[in-house]
Design a protein around this ligand. Structure first.
Ligand code: IDP
Ligand code: MG
Length: 151
């Protein structure tokens, strides 16, 4: 079972899309195991986006993610990392698949609503940046056998 970090970025919060985004992940069958509504310090933003340091959009990206609260979450499921990236759509909304969140609700890369971990190592690293272990709830969902094929 995989876990992945999802952020609803400040534009998603400001535009009232929290419910819509959570709903899509829930309906897909993914399981929520942690959530935290919070302001993002510059220190946290810099840790999270360390890989992009030095790129032309870096300063704008840090300003964007620290500009208003975000909803940070951990979602769980088989192949959760790929599934969530697919539900979010490509980084550039005009290249995102129809039906994906970025296609359906966004236009430009600098306001693309969400973050989702892009691999198993980054998922572990990012979850560790945003959540303490005791903030993550491992739980059995009664629908798990109908979604996760555990037989
Ligand atoms: P991802 O969020 O789909 O993983 P990354 O390439 O990791 O995309 O970039 C991180 C974030 O940085 C993007 O989601 C987007 O908010 C921002 N970003 C990436 N490229 C650009 C750009 O060319 N201009 C402005 N912002 C960008
Ligand atoms: Mg990325």
């Amino acid at each position: 079972m995989e876990r992945t970090l999802v952020l609803i970025k400040p534009d998603g919060v400001q535009r009232g899309l929290i419910g819509e985004i959570i709903s899509r992940l829930e309906k897909r069958g993914l399981k929520l195991v942690a959530a935290k509504f919070m302001s993002v310090t510059r220190d946290l933003a810099e840790k999270h986006y360390e890989i992009h340091k030095g790129k032309p959009f870096y300063e704008g990206l840090i300003n964007y993610i620290t500009s208003a609260p975000v909803l940070a979450m951990v979602w769980e499921g088989p192949l959760a990392i790929a599934a969530v990236r697919q539900t979010m759509g490509s980084t550039r909304p005009t290249e995102a698949a129809p039906g994906s969140i970025r296609h359906d609700y966004a236009l430009v890369v600098g306001r693309n609503l969400t973050h989702a971990s892009d691999g198993s190592e980054t998922a572990i690293q990012e979850i560790g940046i945003w959540f303490r272990p005791e903030e993550i709830a491992s739980w059995e969902r009664s629908s798990d056998p109908w979604i996760f094929e555990q037989n």
